[in-house]
Structure formats: C-alpha cells, structure tokens
Ligand binder design. Structure first.
Ligand code: PMP
Length: 409
C-alpha cells in the first residue's frame, strides 16, 4: 500500500489524538498553543521581555501575593522549584518540619536532609492528612531543641489526591517563628491560595499543571521575609543556578521591561505564560478555583455512580485538581490500558504503599471549560469498566455530570 503523504498522516494523527487527562501535563488551550508555536525567539526580543514582565505581575495576582513579594520564573519543573526553595532557605543543622501526605512530601523531606537540615516529618496513613493538633505537637517538640527554620507541606499531593488546607499551617509556622513553604505544583490555579492574607512565605509550582502550559517552567512567589532569610545566610551560597540573589536582578529587569541575561529562559514557554495566566485570571483567581471545585464535584458524582472510591479518606481532603480512585474489587491496573483504548490517557498509581490499587485522573485547566472532554473522560472510564465484565450504567455516570458533561454546551 502506498504511504500516505506526510501531511495527511499528520492530519490523521491529530484527529485520532487521545485526550490527556493525567495530573499533568494537561490539555492546554488553543490560544496557549498558538502562543508557543512560533520559531524560537531571542531572550532579548521585545515580545519575550514584555511576556516575562507581564507574567511576573500576573503571578502576584494569581498567588494573591503582596506587592513586595518576589515572583521567579525559570526553566525547569516542580522539582527544580522545590530545590530552589530548599537551597536558598535552609542551611545545615537547621530544624524543619515536613507535613508528609505522600510521594512528593517524601521527596521534599529527602531534599531537606541532603541539604543537611534536621528534618522531623509528621506523617499520616495513606489518604489521610495530619491534624493541626498533631502538627502543633510536633512543632512544640521541635521548638524545645531550638529555633525552627521552616514548615514545609504539599498543598495537593499528586500521589494520593490529598489536599491540605494551607491556612492553619501558615499560621502555625508564624506562631513558631518558622517560614512556611508550600509545594503547590498540583494545586496552584486549582485550589485557593491567599499568600498575603495567610502571610505565607513561599508557594511554588510548575507550568504543566493548572498553570496550563507544557512542562518546562518552574514558578514561585517568595515573601520579603523569605528573601531576607536568604540574604542573612551564614553558610556558603546556594548553587548559582538556584540562587535567588543571582536571579533577583534578572526578574527586576524583566518587570521593568528591560533586557537581561543570566541563563537563557525557555523563550517559547515565556511567550505563552501570560496568555494562560490571563485566561486563568479572566474572572479572578477565586472564579478559577470555583470552576475546579464545581467540575470536581460533578466528577465525584460520576465516580460514585461507577462504584469508584477516592483514595483520600475524608471528603474535606479530596483535591479538586485530580481524582485518585481505588480499583473496585476484581479490577486491576489493566483498567488504565482499557481506558487508553477508549481514547483517554489517565495515570496509574504512584504512592509506593498502594501503587497497584488505584489510578488517577487529572482535571485541571482548559479541559474544565470543555464539557465534551469531561464527558469523554467519564465515558472512557465507564466503558473500560464495562469491558472488564462489570454491569455499568454508562449513561447514568454521564448524567451525574450535569451541565459539566453536556455535549451540547
Ligand atoms: N510536587 C508535586 C505535588 C507534583 O505533583 C510534582 C509532579 N507531578 C512535582 C512536585 C515535581 O514536578 P516536576 O515533575 O515538574 O519536577
């Protein structure tokens, strides 16, 4: 058979493209795709300088951060952002508390240990979050040994779908004189975070989740207090590429719309960043989080209809950014492949203790504005369950979505 011309093959591939519904990377909006789909611009191009400066300003809005806070954007991902926070704030022998809700909190604790910190972890069983009382008791114990430098927590742990309320944690950190640092990789722009109101010190994320871009950017906003902590370090400076002092003049220049250079930014992604941030902020940060909450609630009804139980053990811990769902009795990891065969990519388990017992569906960003995508996801999961021989009411699950699964919308 004659080979199809390249362009036709490409068109056919595009039509058959599966829907990407993992907890990052995610489906991105057409305007975002258009913004990064250009020949690579120089980091000194006026369009890049404008996009960079505007993004820093927009980040303060999305983070609900005070004017004196400092946003940073650099090439990298969530792990690089975590590394930057740890490398700037923590020195050997300093005491820190980690609220551990899963795989990514454990990564944070390991980074802190490698930095030489004395790490105490407050853990909870898989699917649970430690209570404020347990966290305070750990802080009391730690404070008896000397000053506490930081309280670190994962806002939404992507391995379990457990969402913590950062507000009481930020307040506790203040009470014990510690900096509060939050990994918001799977939460920023999906779950509310009020940096100024809560007096939090650092909130970090990556571009490939609810920020709505492809992977490749590390983003964070840092409080004045945290910047001062970096300035008064006693030990050696952090590695150059992670050092805020190195990056501060660069961020300052971009915000003043002046060209600058330390290490080449991911210019195509920078062009797309303000496009996505403006989409997110069109009706304000609260409205975007409300949309995540509404779609997640509709999805919870659909999962319940399909007999799928969430990994988080209490309703108030369930994240609005992703669903971590236990396989029903008689179903195993092959379900993920059957869902893919229906044209929707979801993720397997990640937490080492329950890896083979659950799967994860991301619901962040652009897909929330597209009821057809939400509907297609539920249909794919329902049909895959039915293909395993279970009696499944596919229509009932779709109906449970209400307006968020309305194909006509
Ligand atoms: N923290 C959380 C909560 C995450 O979900 C992830 C990525 N899934 C990371 C950190 C690490 O981000 P990256 O893969 O971009 O390094």
């Amino acid at each position: 058979m004659a080979r199809l011309p390249h362009t036709v093959e490409f068109a056919a591939m595009t039509i058959a493209k599966p829907l990407l519904m993992i907890p990052g990377p995610i489906e991105v909006s057409p305007a975002v795709t258009q913004a990064f789909s250009v020949p690579p611009p120089s980091h000194l191009a006026p369009s890049v300088i404008e996009a960079f400066g505007a993004s820093l300003e927009l980040m303060r809005k999305l983070w609900m951060a005070p004017p004196e806070s400092q946003p940073f954007v650099l090439a990298g991902g969530g792990t690089a952002a975590m590394e930057m926070a740890v490398a700037n704030l923590i020195e050997p022998e300093e005491r820190v508390l980690v609220v551990n809700t899963g795989y990514f909190s454990s990564r944070l604790a390991e980074m802190l240990r490698r930095q030489g910190a004395l790490v105490v972890e407050v853990e909870a069983p898989v699917g649970e979050g430690p209570s404020a009382q347990e966290i305070e008791a750990a802080l009391v114990g730690l404070a008896e040994l000397g000053p506490i430098k930081g309280l670190f927590a994962t806002h939404v742990d992507t391995s379990t779908g457990v969402c913590l309320d950062p507000e009481p944690l930020a307040r506790l950190a203040r009470r014990y004189g510690a900096l509060s640092v939050f990994d918001g990789v799977c939460a920023t722009a999906a779950e509310e975070f009020r940096m100024e109101e809560w007096d939090a010190d650092l909130y970090l994320t990556a571009s490939q989740k609810a920020i709505g871009l492809p992977p490749g950017l590390a983003l964070m906003v840092v409080s004045e207090r945290a910047l001062a902590a970096r300035e008064s370090r006693r030990a050696t400076a952090p590695p150059m590429v992670l050092d805020w002092q190195q990056w501060l003049p660069i961020m300052g220049a971009y915000e003043e719309r002046r060209p600058s250079y330390f290490s080449t930014p991911a210019t195509n992604l920078i062009l797309a960043l303000p496009v996505s941030l403006r989409e997110i902020l069109a009706d304000g940060p609260e409205a975007r989080c409300d949309l995540h909450r509404s779609v997640a609630t509709a999805l919870r009804r659909a999962w319940q209809e399909l007999g799928l139980e969430p990994v988080p053990r209490r309703a108030e811990l369930v994240s609005n950014a992703l669903s971590a769902l236990r396989f029903p009795a008689g179903v195993d990891g092959s379900l993920v492949g059957r869902i893919a065969a229906e044209g929707v990519i979801v993720a397997g388990g990640l937490h080492p203790e329950i890896r083979g017992e659950y799967f994860r569906v991301g619901h962040m960003g652009y897909c929330l504005t597209q009821p057809a995508m939400i509907r297609r996801t539920v249909e794919a999961v329902a049909k895959a369950l039915a293909a395993g021989g279970r009696p499944i009411d596919v229509d009932g699950a779709v109906e449970a979505l209400g307006e968020f699964g309305d194909a006509a919308a």
